[in-house]
Design a protein around this ligand. Structure first.
Ligand code: FA5
Length: 355
C-alpha cells in the first residue's frame, strides 16, 4: 500500500504540471481525490493491513492526501493568475469613447400630484400630516359617527386584517386597511393643537376595481377646526385649489350628498377633462364620466359627534373637512387624458416614462 500511495503522488504531480485550464484541473481532482477516485481506491486496502502497522499506514496515507491537495491548490492558484494576466493583455478599454449614462428615473405621476397638492394647501397654511394606513375600526368608522352596526358602513367595502381565520381586534376595534383619509380627523383633534389646518395625504384601500376605481389609491383630506368656522371658508378653500390645480377655465360644482361625519355634506364634481365636459366623444358616451362631470371627492361641515369623538367641545369649535382622490383629481388635469385609473399601477414603463 505504501508504494501504491507513493506512486499515486508522483503520478499526480506529473499530471498536474501539464494542466492548462481549470476544467481539466477539476477533472484531475475528481480522478485522484474524488469519492470514487484513485486515493479512495487505495484506502480500501487499509483494513487488510495488520493491526499494529495500520495506524502508521493511515497516517502516511493522510500525509500523501495533504501533499496532493496542496499541489492541487498551488496549481489552481497559478492557473487563476495566468488566466487573469491573459485577460488583461487581450482586453482593453477606449477611455476616449463616450460613456453610457445610467438611466435616471423620475417621480411617479401620483407622487408628483401629491407634491403639488401639498404645495398648494401649504400656501393656505395647511400642514401636511400622515395618519396610519393600517387603522383601528374606531378611527376609520366609529369616531366618524358610524356605530358598529350602522348600514352606512356597507358602502366602504373594507379590507379587515386577519391572522389566519382570526380577524385582528384590539381595544379600539378591528384592524382595517383604512378606506379613506378621514381616519385622520379624530386623530388630529386628539393632538389638541387648535386651530387645526391639516392636510392628510395617504394610501387608502377598497374592494373595487374598474376604470375609475383602484383597490389601492390615495386621498388628501383637509380638516380645519377653530372657533366659528363657516361654510363660506370651505368654498373659498376649494375654489382656490380648483383654480390653481386645474386652471380657471374648468368648472366645479357642489352637489348635496350625505356623509355620516359631515352636516351638511357635499360631493364636488369637475367638468371632465377626457370629453371636455360634454359627456360624449363623437356621439359615444364618455368612458370616464358618462355625463360631463366627474366626482372628485366629498366635503362638508364636521358633524358635532365627530368633534366630540376627537375630544373637543362642539359648542365651542366647528370646522370643515374634505376628502378627494389624488388619482382622480390628477386624471382630470388638462393634457393628461388618462381614461383608466388602473394604468397608473400597472408598472408599464412605456406609460410612466411619458410624464
Ligand atoms: C370619502 O372617502 C369621504 N371620506 C370623503 C369626505 C371627507 C367627505 C371629509 C366629507 C368630509 P368617497 O367614498 O366619496 O368619500 O371618496 C372620496 C373620493 O375618493 C372619491 O370621490 C374618489 O375621488 C376617490 N376614490 C374613492 N374610491 C376610490 C377608488 N377605489 N379608486 C380611486 N379613487 C377612489
Amino acid at each position: 500500500m505504501r508504494s501504491d500511495l507513493e506512486k499515486l503522488k508522483d503520478e499526480f504531480l506529473d499530471a498536474v504540471k501539464d494542466v492548462s485550464d481549470s476544467l481539466k484541473l477539476e477533472e484531475l481532482r475528481v480522478e485522484y481525490l474524488g469519492r470514487k477516485g484513485k486515493l479512495s481506491n487505495i484506502m480500501k486496502q487499509l483494513p487488510e493491513i495488520a493491526e499494529g502497522a495500520r495506524k502508521e499506514m493511515g497516517q502516511f496515507a493522510n500525509e500523501i492526501k495533504t501533499s496532493i491537495e496542496s499541489s492541487f491548490s498551488a496549481a489552481e492558484q497559478s492557473l487563476r493568475e495566468r488566466e487573469a494576466h491573459g485577460k488583461s493583455e487581450n482586453e482593453w478599454i477606449d477611455i476616449t469613447a463616450p460613456g453610457q449614462a445610467p438611466e435616471i428615473g423620475h417621480m411617479h405621476l401620483t407622487s408628483q400630484a401629491i407634491e403639488e397638492v401639498d404645495e398648494l394647501f401649504s400656501r393656505l397654511g395647511f400642514v401636511r400630516v400622515r395618519h396610519p394606513e393600517v387603522e383601528w375600526d374606531w378611527y376609520a368608522f366609529e369616531s366618524l359617527n358610524m356605530p358598529k352596526t350602522h348600514p352606512a358602513r356597507d358602502e366602504w367595502e373594507t379590507f379587515f386584517m386577519a391572522d389566519g381565520d382570526k380577524v385582528l381586534e384590539g381595544k379600539k376595534g378591528k384592524v382595517v386597511l383604512t378606506p379613506h383619509t378621514s381616519n385622520g380627523q379624530a386623530r388630529e383633534m386628539e393632538r389638541g393643537r387648535i386651530p387645526i389646518r391639516m392636510i392628510n395625504i395617504n394610501k387608502c384601500y377598497r374592494r373595487q376595481s374598474d376604470v375609475t376605481h383602484a383597490p389601492m389609491f390615495h386621498q388628501f383630506e383637509g380638516l380645519m377646526i377653530d372657533e366659528k368656522v363657516t361654510i363660506a371658508e370651505l368654498r373659498g378653500v376649494l375654489d382656490f385649489f380648483a383654480q390653481n390645480f386645474f386652471g380657471p377655465e374648468r368648472k366645479t360644482r357642489l352637489r348635496p350628498h350625505h356623509f355620516r361625519f359631515t352636516e351638511p355634506s357635499f360631493e364636488i364634481d369637475i367638468t371632465c377633462e377626457v370629453c371636455g365636459g360634454v359627456g360624449k366623444i363623437e356621439e359615444i358616451k364618455c368612458r370616464m364620466c358618462k355625463e360631463g362631470w366627474l366626482e372628485l371627492g366629498g366635503a362638508g361641515m364636521v358633524h358635532p359627534n365627530v368633534i366630540k369623538a376627537g375630544g373637543l367641545d362642539p359648542e365651542k369649535y366647528s370646522g370643515f373637512a374634505f376628502g378627494w382622490g389624488v388619482e382622480r383629481t390628477m386624471m382630470m388635469k388638462s393634457g393628461l387624458n388618462i381614461d383608466d385609473i388602473r394604468i397608473l399601477y400597472r408598472n408599464d414603463l412605456r406609460f410612466l416614462k411619458q410624464f
